[in-house]
Design a protein around this ligand. Structure first.
Ligand SMILES: Nc1[nH]c(=O)nc2c1ncn2[C@H]1C[C@H](O)[C@@H](COP(=O)(O)OP(=O)(O)OP(=O)(O)O)O1
Length: 157
């Protein structure tokens, strides 16, 4: 199973706005997503999270500013090669302005106005808790269409 990162830039504590990216290529294309991707061989999860923030929306973050907020395991029975294990982070401090890249178009949303119907179907189950300051862990099983959630367990702390 591949190991990945997902980082959510937010403003405010508790969060008032969240930066999401409309993914233009690859996994999750056409959906608003957090920023992240594969952890390369020899790379720490934090280094991968910082690298992906820069590659996907052009912001420069320090690893020490990443707030670990949990871990999710995604299983796609119809596409086992897409199964992945995601380390989740929030970040509130960085340098530079978010900018569109070849991979993503970044857009700010108020936390009360998050476009869950244009996101991965599992996000509405765990993102509200993360934005309220909770840590989450869980497992998500997708249906045969790789879109709907067939089973989900989310634990919060
Ligand atoms: N169900 C889901 N809900 C969610 O919110 N984010 C998900 C998700 N499934 C995957 N992601 C995120 C996590 C991670 O940031 C990314 C998947 O990583 P991948 O490495 O497969 O992506 P990419 O196609 O961007 O590849 P690289 O950037 O080349 O590593 O999509």
């Amino acid at each position: 199973m591949r190991s990945t990162t997902l980082c959510l830039p937010v403003q405010g504590n508790p969060a008032e706005r969240i930066l999401l990216g409309m993914k233009k290529t690859g996994f999750g294309r056409g959906k608003y997503n957090g920023f992240g991707g594969k952890i390369e061989d020899g790379e720490t999860p934090e280094a991968a999270a910082v690298r992906e923030l820069a590659e996907e929306c052009g912001i420069v973050a320090a690893e020490s500013d990443l707030e670990p907020v949990g871990r999710l395991v995604f299983t796609f029975p119809a596409r086992p090669e897409d199964d992945h294990d995601v380390q989740l982070y929030i970040i509130r401090k960085w340098q530079g302005q978010p900018a569109e890249t070849s991979e993503m178009k970044p857009v700010w949303f108020a936390v009360g106005d998050i476009p869950y119907n244009e996101m991965w179907a599992d996000d509405s189950y765990w993102l509200p808790a993360v934005l309220k300051g909770k840590k989450v862990s869980g497992e998500v099983y997708f249906s045969e269409d790789n879109e709907e959630v067939d089973g989900i367990t989310i634990r919060t702390e």
